[in-house]
Design a protein around this ligand. Structure first.
Ligand code: PLP
Length: 391
């Protein structure tokens, strides 16, 4: 029998059958006309999904961390000053990464579960001449969402490049890269983009590409160097064969299918669906008596939720009880509070049925570890929320 458990973690997520079909198709040459068309089409659709009509898209085999490295390696030179806005584990990862490429890094770190105050960010930008700032849109270790539109405005005003780690947000949370003047927005295939792990994806602004072109030192990573990849992207988009490193043929074909589905849904509708489902899920979680890691309502992400365990419930017991009830959720990730919370991803092809199944499994899990909850209370609250917030 097919394993029918539902995967509700912050990536990899549940994938659409059409996407998996493309992944399972016979592998062609990376210069076969059909593949060139898939690659070129995927690049064109990325601009629509990122809402960045002037942007330069990149598709490179690797994970989200490579996407972070592509931005860092190409935009900083040794001695450049960088400001990292950290709301959790992935902000801290960017600190490490930029330092490795020789940047002089300053970190503004938010208390766990909170965002950074915009005045504090602006004060930081005023004082020092930074070349670049990074911000994690949704930090997957806390489910805190940063107001990247305002951060983009601040960066623009202070003439600093803005790099958005959107690995847990692109194609789920609202991002309008062009209108919001964000210089790099990066992600990975396995999150809200809806393709199995293996592709690093980013779109860079013209300003970012000009900064790259003006470098006085070579990029310190051979594989990540945009100078190697730019001609490849240009060739495929022009429907011509090209080669630097063998592209992940099947994954790129699957990406083209998924981006097509995303564009068909429409970005505004897609953002609204994520918002509606996240609201319904949080209403259910709240009704079950659980609290959130993200302290402020407006800072809670629409792509995943970090839920605190109720008093007296042990992490390992509840996670395995939820799994036995048919839904796989993720444990804590932030080292300081790891054992105090669990994470539920609700992005990509997620639907109300998935939300209700997950709330039902959490309820069953709670009961099976001896924590009494009223039957059906979480599911009822989610349905009620949906009825009150539709359209
Ligand atoms: C998942 C994630 C990453 C890392 O992506 P990998 O594919 O695991 O390398 C980076 N940043 C954020 C916000 C993420 O959610």
């Amino acid at each position: 029998m097919k394993d029918r458990s539902l995967l509700m973690i912050p990536g990899p997520i549940e994938f659409e059958p059409e996407v998996l079909k493309a992944l399972g198709a016979p592998t062609t040459s990376h210069v076969a006309p059909g593949f060139i068309d898939d690659f070129g089409g995927a690049l064109e659709k990325m601009r629509k999904v990122w809402l960045a009509p002037e942007g330069q898209p990149f598709i490179v085999a690797g994970s989200g961390t490579l996407a972070m490295e592509l931005a860092g390696a190409n935009l900083v030179e040794p001695g450049d000053r960088a400001l990292v806005l950290s709301t959790g584990v992935f902000g801290d990862r960017y600190e490490d990464l930029l330092a490795r490429h020789g940047a002089d890094v300053t970190v503004l770190r938010a208390p766990i579960g909170r965002t950074l105050d915009l005045n504090q960010v602006e004060d930081g930008l005023k004082g020092d001449r930074y070349k670049l700032l990074t911000v994690t849109h949704v930090d997957t270790s806390t489910a805190v969402r940063m107001p990247i539109r305002s951060i983009g405005e601040l960066a623009q005003r202070h003439n600093v490049l803005s790099v958005v780690d959107g690995v847990c947000s692109v194609a789920g949370e609202e991002i309008r890269q062009g209108d919001w003047n964000l210089d790099v927005v990066l992600t990975a295939s396995q999150k809200a983009i809806g393709v199995p792990p293996g592709l690093a994806l980013l779109v860079a602004s013209q300003r970012a590409m000009e900064t790259f072109a003006a470098r006085s030192t070579p990029v310190r990573s051979y594989y990540a160097d945009w100078a190697k990849w730019m001609p490849i992207m240009a060739a495929y988009e022009g429907r011509k064969p090209s080669y630097f490193g063998t592209p992940a043929v099947n994954l790129v074909a699957a990406l083209d299918v998924s981006l097509c589905q995303i564009v068909d849904e429409g970005m505004t509708a897609r953002f609204a669906r994520h918002e509606l489902l996240a609201g319904a899920f949080r209403a259910g979680v709240r009704a079950l008596g659980l609290d959130f890691v993200a302290t402020e309502r407006d800072h809670r992400a629409n792509t995943l939720t970090a839920c605190r365990y109720p008093e007296g419930v042990a992490a390992a017991d509840l996670l395995s009880a939820i799994r036995s009830a048919g839904v796989i959720v993720a444990g804590g990730l932030h080292p300081e509070i790891k054992s105090e919370y669990f994470r539920v991803g609700h992005m990509g092809a997620v639907c109300m049925g998935d939300i209700l199944a997950t709330l039902g499994a959490i309820e069953t899990g709670l009961r099976n570890v001896g924590h009494e909850v009223e039957a059906g209370i979480g599911v009822a609250a989610a349905l009620e929320w949906q009825a009150g917030n539709k359209g």
